[in-house]
Design a protein around this ligand. Sequence first.
Ligand SMILES: Nc1nc2c(ncn2[C@@H]2O[C@H](COP(=O)(O)OP(=O)(O)OP(=O)(O)O)[C@@H](O)[C@H]2O)c(=O)[nH]1
Ligand SMILES: [Zn+2]
Length: 205
Amino acid sequence: MDAVIKNFPVGEENSGRPTQKEAEDAVRVLLRWAGDDPSREGLLDTPSRVAKAYRELFSGYELDPEDVLGRTFEEVAGYDDIVLVKDIPFYSHCEHHMVPIIGRAHVAYLPNGRVLGLSKIARVVEIYGRRLQTQETMTAQIASAIDETLRPRGVAVMIEAEHMCMAMRGIQKQGSTTLTTTFTGAFKSEPAEQVRFMTMIRGRG
Ligand SMILES: Nc1nc2c(ncn2[C@@H]2O[C@H](COP(=O)(O)OP(=O)(O)OP(=O)(O)O)[C@@H](O)[C@H]2O)c(=O)[nH]1
Ligand SMILES: [Zn+2]
C-alpha cells in the first residue's frame, strides 16, 4: 500500500473508528438477526473473518486518489489523442443495501502534455469501488479525480454495472445493466469526442 492512509488513520488519533471487538459484536448481532446462532461451531470465527473482509472490501476509504494520480509522465513523443482504458472490472457495494455492485469501468482522457501510468487509472477505480457507493457518485468521482489532478483536456468515464440489490432481493431482476457516464472538458463540449469514446468502447476484438 503506497498511498497515504486518509479517512481512518491507523493510530491513537483514530478515535472515530470502532474497535475490532465492536465490529465483531455487530456481526454477531446480524447473525442473530439473520436467524442463526453465533455460538455454533461453524460461526465462531465468522465475526473476525467478516471484520477482516470488511477492511479489504472497504479499503478504498483509506486511500487517497491524489497520491495514486501524482505520478505522471511527459515523454510521450507529443501524443495528445485519447487514452482509453476500457473494461476495468470492479466490485463495489451499494450504499443503500450494502450488497455488491458488479461492473466494468471505461475511463478515457485527452492528455494535455502529461499522461498517467495506465495502472493508476485502474487504481482510481479500485479506490472508489472499495467504498459504499451509488453508481452515479462513483462515475463522477473517478472523472473529477482525474480531471483535478492531471488537468487533461477532457475526461470521459462510463460505468456498466449490475446491482445485486436489484437481482437478489427487492424487484429481483437479474441481468439488467445500469450505464452511467461523466464527461468533462472536450468530451463534454464536443459531441464528436463523445462519439469517438463510445465507438472505441464498443469496438470489440
Ligand atoms: N440511483 C441509484 N440507485 C441505486 C443504486 N444502487 C441501488 N439503488 C437504488 O436505491 C433505491 C433505494 O430505494 P428504497 O425505496 O429507499 O429502498 P428499498 O425499499 O430497499 O427499495 P427496493 O430495492 O425497490 O426494494 C432502490 O431503488 C435501489 O435500486 C445506485 O447506484 N444508484
Ligand atoms: Zn442497493
